[in-house]
Design a protein. Structure first.
Ligand SMILES: Cc1cc2nc3c(=O)[nH]c(=O)nc-3n(C[C@H](O)[C@H](O)[C@H](O)COP(=O)(O)OP(=O)(O)OC[C@H]3O[C@@H](n4cnc5c(N)ncnc54)[C@H](O)[C@@H]3O)c2cc1C
Length: 655
């Protein structure tokens, strides 16, 4: 056994708090150490050359590098030793920067700690064994779940790169919330005008299979090889046959609230979500229709020229395989009825931001005229209340949803553009305009369009005759404020969409404290999850505006393409290994595994049927939870066996 020890000064990062020369000299006395050296930047080209030269000339078979965190340079040094024919897993890194020099001020303490960590690493490295990297094949097909702007962008990007992509959307049309919007800040361009060309591209793209009215119900497998079951609910209208002639709608006797128009308009039981909907086909609402089991009415079927209506359609389970998955199931707005003090549901002219989007839309229930829900008159004073249910940890959401200041400003501007002599008042806590051209948009609203901004907090709303009385505090003057308005618009924040928790558990990804999906790293891996091959796009991870959602989705698509473009993926050698003769099939390891990589398998041994743990190496991340949980010591974490860890510990605290 010949061990080479290499200590890095990292400029003065390490050398200022650790006496590197001293620990290099000490290391020469550690068992099996053939050579011990120091260099200013071990990760630099000359530093790497020093190691390579020694491996060749001194026939080293284990390498210890004392430098920064292995998160930074373990791959660098593994590549160095691999280049000289050594197995990459016989490298041991000692973190004497983040764990020593950066956390110690006293050089004596730092040097002592570095020396004992280094000794432990040398002892451990003598027990290290070469490990094998396994390879798995890749299915070159992607699954995108959720057809809002995030899912649409991700699917289009992947499809344009040449990958077959299935886009699963639970409602009857893709488009998500952006399809409900009238105009978008900060440019005030029409939302449908920029969204619908993308939706049409989805429907026409030869590489995209669009499954509307569908939901993922089961996910199995691992990166490159996910096996997925998708439940496709019946549309009761054959998409290819429907010509959108509209003959079916007037004969339908059932009237329902139109969800797309936030309930401000009616729809029939047979309907199309909105004119630009994709798939471009009518759909029957099975809960409202009188034709689906039992068949009481078939008026739409009777008048349908192309015979597109089929009341006998049944749900289908589609099974398919995918190399990568992008989750883009979006958000909901905070349930406004939870903010009891604001009177939503009891005061008819208190509405939500999304309600206002539909009321002001030229394609909406009032044809773009701003009318009060109570009496269809034009409101002369409109109050927009920011942070309705947000930044209120004691009662509602603790966080800021980023878009509400901007969309309330947009709404106030839109109102002033329609009702020129009207008064728009924005009641805000702080104005947050972090985005390109956002501050200018707000300044324009305040200065040129005379939108009034009042800093304060609204405490309560009351119906007062045909007006709404708003009571609050002006936090700049310290005075209480009482205002009368004709219409109040509540800017509610974003919460995770319904079913996010269930989806997280299907995909085995975790959710954060506010219920949004947790990224692998909020800064450095914002579109990855802890599960290899599962990515996230858009508001499924937290509040975002459209530009951020779109770039996030393109990021997720390109990360997924990194997997889909390979024929084989390498699986790390540091995985868990079961010693079958010691395993008693208790299943504790499977329960401890955060990656669902362990299952119990029934085997026949010594004439007996028994259960033993089986590790799916492609799913194992080498975290060691199973090895710690196993009561029989039947699982070893390759690269971190008990012997190796004990050797490491034995040196700690030695004088
Ligand atoms: C009132 C209001 C006004 C706004 N105005 C602007 C603006 O002017 N400019 C701007 O930049 N941003 C604006 N925003 C923000 C904007 O709405 C979001 O940035 C954007 O819609 C996020 O898109 P998404 O795809 O992440 O989510 P969503 O639009 O929520 O799309 C998610 C999709 O996933 C589907 N889905 C959900 N669960 C499942 C499931 N289990 N299986 C399959 N499909 C599923 C949903 O049906 C939906 O189609 C506004 C937000 C609000 C509330």
């Amino acid at each position: 056994m010949k061990i080479g020890v290499y200590v890095c000064e990292c400029g003065s990062n390490i050398a200022s708090t650790v006496d590197v020369e001293a620990i290099v000299e000490q290391a020469k006395e550690f068992p099996n150490v053939e050579v011990s050296r120091v260099y200013k930047y071990m990760c630099s080209d000359p530093g790497q050359e020093i190691i390579k030269k020694d491996i060749e000339e001194k026939q080293l078979d284990r390498i210890v590098v004392a430098a920064c965190s292995p998160r930074m340079h373990e791959p660098t040094f593994r590549a160095v030793i691999e280049d000289k024919g050594l197995n990459p897993y016989v490298l041991e890194m000692v973190n004497i920067r983040e764990q020593v020099s950066w956390v110690h001020e006293n050089k004596k303490d730092g040097t002592e700690k570095a020396a004992s960590l280094l000794k432990g690493a040398v002892l451990r490295s003598a027990l290290m064994q070469p490990l094998e990297k396994k390879k798995v094949g890749v299915t070159h097909k992607a699954l995108v779940i959720g057809g809002g702007i995030a899912g649409i962008q991700a699917a289009l990007d992947l499809a344009d790169m040449g990958f077959k992509t299935t886009l699963v959307e639970k409602t009857s049309s893709i488009g998500g919330k952006m399809a409900q919007m009238d105009k978008t800040f900060p440019t005030l361009d029409c939302s449908q005008c920029i969204l619908s060309p993308k939706m049409v591209d989805v429907s026409r793209h030869p590489n995209i299979e669009l499954l509307s009215l569908s939901e993922v119900v089961e996910v199995d497998g691992y990166v490159g090889n996910f096996k997925v079951k998708i439940k496709r609910n019946p549309r009761y209208v054959i998409e290819d046959k429907c010509t959108l002639c509209d003959d079916c709608v007037p004969v339908c006797p059932v009237i329902e609230h139109d969800e797309y128009n936030q309930g401000f308009a009616p729809r029939r039981a047979i309907y199309i979500a909105y004119p630009q909907a994709i798939p471009a086909s009518y759909v029957i609402d099975p809960d409202a229709c009188l034709g689906i089991d039992p068949l009481i009415c078939a008026k739409c079927r009777d008048v349908c020229g192309p015979e597109a209506i089929d009341f006998d359609m049944q749900p289908k389970i589609i099974e398919d395989e995918f190399g990568a998955i992008i989750l883009a199931t979006g958000y909901e707005t905070y349930p406004i009825e939870k903010i009891g003090e604001y009177g939503y549901g009891t005061i008819p002219d208190v509405i939500s931001g999304l309600d206002f989007e539909r009321i002001i839309s030229s394609g909406g229930p009032t044809g773009g005229k701003i009318l009060r829900p109570s009496d269809a008159t034009v409101p002369k004073t409109v109050v927009f209340i920011h942070c309705a249910g947000s930044r209120d940890p004691s009662k509602h959401l603790p966080y800021c949803s980023k878009v509400c200041c901007m969309y309330s400003t947009k709404h106030a501007l839109q109102y002033k553009h329609v009702v020129h002599d009207g008064t728009a008042i924005n009641f805000y806590i702080d104005i947050r305009t972090g985005g390109k051209d956002y501050e200018e948009f707000y300044q324009r609203a305040a200065e040129e369009d005379h939108v009034i901004y009042l800093r304060g907090k609204v405490s309560e709303l009351f119906q007062d005759g045909d007006k709404i009385l708003i009571k609050g505090a002006d936090t700049l003057s310290g005075e209480t404020v009482e205002l009368h308005a004709d219409l109040v618009v509540l800017a509610t924040g974003m919460i995770p969409s319904e079913g996010t928790k269930e989806m997280a558990s299907l995909l085995n990804v975790s959710v954060g404290i506010n219920g949004f999906i947790r990224e692998a790293h909020p800064k450095l891996k914002p579109v990855d999850t802890a599960i290899a091959g599962v990515f996230v796009a858009g508001t499924v991870t937290g509040p975002k505006d459209i530009p951020e959602t779109v770039s996030n989705a393109s990021g997720a698509a390109s990360r997924a393409a990194g997997i889909l473009s390979q024929d084989e993926l390498e699986i790390e050698g540091t995985v868990a290994k079961v010693e079958e003769s010691l395993c008693r099939g208790c299943g504790l390891c499977g329960e401890a595994c955060p990656y669902s990589a362990i299952e119990l398998e029934t085997v026949n041994r010594y004439g007996h049927t028994m259960q033993v743990a089986f590790v799916n190496e492609a799913m194992c991340k080498g975290c060691g939870s199973c090895a710690a949980a196993c009561l029989n010591g039947a699982i070893n974490q390759l690269g971190y066996t008990d012997g190796q860890i004990l050797a490491l510990i034995s040196a700690l605290g030695e004088e």
